[in-house]
Write a protein that binds this ligand. Sequence first.
Ligand SMILES: [Fe+2]
Length: 223
Amino acid sequence: MVVPDASLETLEEASIDKCTCSGVCKRKTDFDNLVEKICLALGPSSGIDSDEANCEHLINLMRRYASKESEWSKYAFVDTTRNYTRNFVDHGNGKANLLVLVWNPGKGSLIHDHADSHCIMKILKGSLVETLFDMPAPDDEARPLKHKSFTIYGENEVTYISNKIGLHKISNDDPNEIAVSLHLYTPPWREGEKTGCYCFAPTTGKKTLVNMSNYYSVHGKRN
Ligand SMILES: [Fe+2]
């Protein structure tokens, strides 16, 4: 069931921003609060499919967060030998994967789909380029992918994609500086099944199933 936006707001403000620890813990950061609000919006752990996700509300939550590096840097591990480094932050009550991705200068992803997940991406630092392509029809597999659009997203901007929109690749075109992004995938990838994420060859559209279950760090700790 999709809960109306207004009631979610009331619930979030009442339940998250008040600390009950009697001053023992450090105050939650806005990033901590964002993660909690996302979990609250996703609802308790009882299964979810892509039709149930209130993406508009999730996008608004991501938009309202003003990025502060000191708040998310504990998740932002970087492996300089990879194009980008995937760091796991939270599983959203089992209904999502929330990741911090660190993009090395001048590097990017392959062209990929998102299985049956919604993907919401917020830029935490720097800027990222999204190149969109049409989703090839099943009988299109020997043709070049059709380019759709090219968009640059700067710090704090948010974008959304699903297979209904098409395929994309993400790249950090800055030759010197890393970029960092926050990604929410809901429902989470179902690993080891044919419903996983595929990468696509630009000239032929040939697709290859990829394993997305490996993370460089989990909950701020190096694997
Ligand atoms: Fe993506």
